[in-house]
Design a binder for this molecule. Structure first.
Ligand code: MN
Length: 137
């Protein structure tokens, strides 16, 4: 059961993503939280399979939160996917530089989201399988 942590200050977005994931056949286990500080604590206490990170939040924004998460040993390789409303040039670079694996633009595509999430989890698993194979050589 893929464990998803969604950090997002907007209630409607949290509700939407929760509904999408609960309705999918993949049996997602979703935890959502409305601020980055609590999100970091939850991730540290119980590392998820993927973190969906809203970029624009009051107090601590999603990119600062991502940098902090990457400092935590258990969370160095967990996929972090930025959820961004800005379709601006340079977004990709900004999110990748902060330590995100990629980003999904708002508005969230209800039909695509479950597969997008699974693809990020799979590519992480494949990377770690390759690393283990390399170190076994
Ligand atoms: Mn926001």
């Amino acid at each position: 059961m893929p464990k998803v942590l969604y950090i997002e200050d907007n209630f409607d977005n949290r509700l939407l993503v929760r509904r999408i994931l609960m309705a999918s056949d993949h049996g997602f286990d979703i935890v959502d939280v409305d601020n980055a500080k609590d999100g970091i604590e939850i991730a540290r206490a119980n590392p998820p399979d993927i973190i969906l990170m809203d970029v624009s939040m009051p107090e601590m924004d999603g990119l600062s939160a991502t940098r902090q998460l990457r400092e935590i040993e258990e969370l160095k390789t967990v996929p972090i996917v930025a959820i961004t409303a800005n379709a601006m040039e340079g977004d990709r670079e900004r999110t990748l530089n902060a330590g995100c694996d990629g980003y999904i633009r708002k508005p969230i595509d209800v039909d695509k989201l479950p597969d997008q999430i699974l693809a990020y989890i799979r590519s992480r698993n494949e990377r770690s399988a390759r690393r283990e194979a390399d170190s076994a050589d």
